[in-house]
Design a protein around this ligand. Structure first.
Ligand SMILES: Cc1ncc(COP(=O)(O)O)c(C=O)c1O
Length: 360
């Protein structure tokens, strides 16, 4: 098998050890003679898996007892609608911090549902290249909740400090940095994430919700769209994405063995520093995000021309460094260096960038 380093933004690289274990168990799960992908979601084997996945998440993230962990489908994008449907309050505005494409999309869904919006911050005038003055953002205490996106996958910015919202529940889209760094879950009312970047394959959406917010869920919602349906049935109201949950369990085991999120964060900071230090010291590459808030997950950069960017991406792919094309909304280059992308991968990328700059 050829050696490839995968910088895709999602679906993304998974730990090689986990891939090998999943491969070995694919046709014969722990000696039972068939694969877990073929097993009923009501079977004892799967019950053990979903419970272990939840226990691992609670251990790794320090999720308090008064939070529910839900394994859903529909992607993070369905949460853009489910959140206002479930926890908006009649007569109260929703606070939004617009820091990029994904918070803009969430905002659009809230508006479709007729919500009134209080814009706490709008980074669109800066082309979403920074997240500025979080500590000064006004948070009226009568808001239903405040929505933020922790890490902007497309623009490569990341909240280094979250806004203090007082009594107002903070809702956070952690799709592209969940479990990459330590966060205090008790500061949030709701955390959600599509699994396909840091914690698993596509098809699984994680929702962590403080239990008191479940009291807001209107009975008028269709059954599948109510958080209460999934909390009451322990995410087994209907058939969940069983294989994706199995993968999450393996990936969370891998993280625990590595030393947990604290150890992972240190590794991630070192990887990001290696790449940013090289870019900062180069007059060939230019980082696009403000230094104070640049992402440790998605490193966005430009070359001297679009032509060179095309050549860079093509040559990198030939050299086994794949997925470096920036998002179509912004162009340029982007290296997504999620949990499972090794230090060696970043070292290879920096070596390649140096060689390419010298030769071009
Ligand atoms: C921060 C963020 N939020 C939401 C999404 C949308 O996720 P999904 O494709 O699971 O709906 C993405 C996808 O890249 C993302 O990066």
């Amino acid at each position: 098998m050829k050696e490839v380093f995968n910088f895709n933004a999602g679906p993304a690289v998974l730990p090689p050890e986990v891939m090998r274990q999943a491969q070995a168990e694919f046709v014969d799960y722990q000696g039972c003679g068939y694969g877990i992908i073929e097993e009923s979601h009501r079977a004892a084997q799967f019950e053990e898996i979903i419970q272990a996945a939840e226990a691992n998440l609670r251990q790794l993230m320090g999720i308090p007892e008064d939070y529910e962990v839900l394994f859903l489908q529909g992607g993070a994008s369905l949460q853009f609608a489910m959140i206002p449907m479930n926890i908006a309050l009649p007569g109260h505005k929703i606070g939004f911090c617009n820091t990029g494409e994904w918070s803009s999309k969430a905002l659009k869904e809230a508006r479709i549902l007729g919500a009134e919006i209080e814009m706490l911050y709008d980074g669109s005038a800066d082309g979403f290249s920074r997240i500025d003055g979080v500590e000064r953002w006004p948070v009226p205490q009568n808001l239903a909740y405040v929505h933020v996106c922790a890490n902007n996958t497309i623009y490569g910015t990341q909240f280094k400090q979250f806004p203090e919202t007082g009594q107002v529940p903070l809702v956070c889209d952690m799709s592209s940095d969940i479990m990459s760094r330590q966060v205090d879950v008790s500061k949030f009312g709701l955390i959600f994430a599509g699994a396909q970047k840091n914690i698993g394959p596509a098809g699984l959406t994680l929702v962590i919700i403080r239990k008191d917010l479940l009291q807001r869920v209107p009975e008028s919602l269709p059954t599948m769209l109510r958080y209460t349906t999934h909390s009451k049935s322990k995410s087994l109201f209907n058939t969940p994405p069983t294989f994706a949950i199995y993968m999450l369990r393996l990936i969370s085991d891998w993280l625990i063995n590595l030393g947990g999120i604290k150890a992972m964060q240190e590794i991630n900071e070192n990887k990001a520093a290696l790449l940013y230090n090289y870019i900062d010291g180069s007059d060939y590459y230019r980082g696009t995000a403000d230094k104070a808030c640049r992402s440790n997950m998605n490193v966005c950069f430009r070359l001297p021309s679009e032509e060179l960017e095309k050549k860079f991406i093509k040559s990198a792919t030939e050299a086994g460094l794949i997925g470096l094309k920036g998002h179509r909304a912004v162009g340029g280059c982007r290296a997504s260096i999620y949990n499972a992308l090794s230090q060696k991968g970043v070292e290879r990328l920096v070596e390649f960038m140096r060689r390419f700059a010298n030769g071009n």
